[in-house]
Design a protein around this ligand. Sequence first.
Ligand code: FAD
Ligand code: EPU
Length: 339
Amino acid sequence: MRIYQNISLKPYNTFGIAANASQFVELNTLEEVQVLCKTFNLTDRKLLILGGGSNILLTKDFDGMAIKINLKGMKVLQSDEQSIYIEAMAGEVWHDFVEFCVQNNWGGVENLSLIPGCVGAAPMQNIGAYGAEIKSVFHSLTAVEIASGELLTFTNDQCEFGYRESVFKNKYKGKYIIVSVTFKLNKQPSLNYSYGAIQEVLQKAGITDPSIQDVSKAVIEIRKSKLPDPSVLGNAGSFFKNPEIALESYNQIKIKYPDMPGYPTSQNQIKVPAGWLIEQCEWKGKIVGNTGAHKNQALVLVNYGTANGNEVLNLAKQIQDSVFQKFNIHIQAEVNIIE
Ligand code: FAD
Ligand code: EPU
């Protein structure tokens, strides 16, 4: 394990923001994670734990230690007729893990195909797409407590998963390094392709009884058609969460905007696509300096090449203000803003 000084984080964040870290270390084994935590008093300094860097916005040089998690490996822990338990190490690429499952016909993560990033970050915000979230296949994770270097296990309940939320973004923020995640997948899955766009793609391909592979392929096709590829255009996916508002407010706004989409999350709450709100405020496709809201998906803010983090943050604030002024709805960042 070697600690480097003053390292550029540009290759380590998909927004492609140029910012340096005062210190940088790559960790390849559980032992290295524990040694680092036990040897240095890490609670005294700023830390940035890095997976694929696909859900962060660096706003300036990072005057602390960036820790890139590289632990690799996937193994079957247990298997019976119905289920299979697989442990994947935190540094595995998420989509590689998905492909491993899809190829073996183990169901549960096919709708989460092609989400960028690493396995270790997936529980952080309970990644979700196309009607699925990892909480429904998540069994447990192991994490090293930064203050003590001790290894602990967290069950599904203990992670307190919600929409783009977990305990690690809230009360345990900055306290643990996730080192592995165990998933419980289904050997006889009932596939979920009710999401409109998936059905359309399957229908077009003439598929009436899709396999796990078909659903995964459809999701990949949809994602590629909508979302900018970070290797071509810097971005971190949805910049904001979709806000949940009271049914009463929703009905009120709908009088003026009858086309406003919304999905009930409970009897009195409606989730509204932030992309629609942003598009109504005429930000979709707009370019502001080196940044902008993407032309196909207004929820994705992009870096046209040389944007710095503050430019993106300023644009995000302007978008938040205009959505608030027009709809009286506050949209919150989904991306982790690194100060
Ligand atoms: P990073 O960006 O490296 O880290 C994210 C956060 O987790 C940071 O706070 C970091 O400190 C922390 N962290 C990372 N690893 C660890 C660890 N091992 N232990 C403790 N803390 C850690 N997300 C979705 O949910 N659904 C989508 O459909 C989706 N689509 C996307 C599409 C695009 C084009 C892009 C660029 C992003 C998309 N995202 C989506 C967001 C992103 O891919 C996910 O949030 C992903 O899980 C982030 O993984 P990462 O390894 O890149 O995390
Ligand atoms: N819409 C617009 N204009 C836009 C974008 C969206 O009007 O520019 C409206 C349309 O009505 C569309 C609806 O929003 O039907 C939903 O759009 P989409 O299916 O693209 O999904 P989303 O709600 O914008 C969420 C996630 C994505 C995830 C997709 C697919 C959040 C914050 N985002 O986006 O996750 O991939 O659903 O399930 O929940 C991410 O987290 O980075 C991410 C990309």
